[in-house]
Design a protein around this ligand. Structure first.
Ligand code: SF4
Length: 217
């Protein structure tokens, strides 16, 4: 990512922060644009912010986010190694008797919010996208993606050289018990796989640039 693209990404964020393009803007506290290392070859994309993310303006900071941090650590990484964002930038919830109840974003909200996601990914140009959970994979890989059958496999993706989908940490938390890790080891494995692919693609690019400069010389 060039210095100019970093500036453009910041400009995009400033515009997204005041977006009112869909109804989710009415009750949100913060737009959760994304954070991390925009020069990273690996971008993690979830579905949308929840309560804690809405309060703080940061992606994956609730219980599920803490589990994601733990998985990153077990994979030998931290948030500084990757960039993390969501397909939808504002919290989706229904309000009943003054209380918010989380719900998945509608197709219309998801499509409307692509006006931020698409240029965000275009600027970052990740080598690999790790889709966190089925909704993200359906959005970025293909609509009929089946997470149980297809997670952990390299998939074609419009926004990166390849994409891999993994289990959502919130799902893992629901499945965990004293004798079952709920799929946590698969999450770690998929992060490692995505990171290894991103590093390999970077190495290939560097090699090809070196070769090109040798030929020009
Ligand atoms: S969800 Fe996306 S499109 Fe809707 S208001 Fe928030 S930033 Fe804008």
């Amino acid at each position: 990512m060039t210095d100019e693209s970093v500036v453009q990404l910041d400009n995009l964020k400033q515009r997204a922060m005041v977006c009112t393009a869909c109804d989710l803007s009415e009750k949100r506290t913060n737009v959760v644009f994304g954070e991390g290392n925009p020069r990273s070859p690996l971008v993690l994309v979830g579905e949308g912010p929840g309560d804690q993310e809405d309060k703080t303006g940061r992606p994956f900071v609730g219980r599920a986010g803490q589990l994601l941090d733990k998985a990153l650590l077990e994979a030998g990484l931290s948030r500084n190694h990757v960039y993390i964002c969501n397909t939808v930038k504002c919290r989706a919830c229904d309000w009943r008797e003054g209380k918010p109840y989380n719900r998945p974003p509608t197709d219309e909200e998801t499509i409307t919010c692509r006006q931020w996601l698409v240029p965000q990914l275009d600027l970052i140009k990740p080598r690999v996208i790790l889709c966190i959970g089925a909704p993200s994979a359906k959005n970025l890989i293909r609509r009929n993606f089946q997470i149980t059958k297809e997670r952990g496999k390299y998939q074609p993706c419009e926004f990166a050289k390849t994409a891999i989908a993994t289990l959502h940490p919130a799902y893992i938390l629901r499945q965990q018990s004293a004798t079952n890790d709920g799929g946590f080891s698969l999450l770690v494995q998929d992060i490692q796989r995505a990171w290894a692919a991103a590093q390999k693609l970077l190495e290939q690019e560097n090699l090809s640039q070196e070769l090109q400069s040798t030929l020009e010389f």
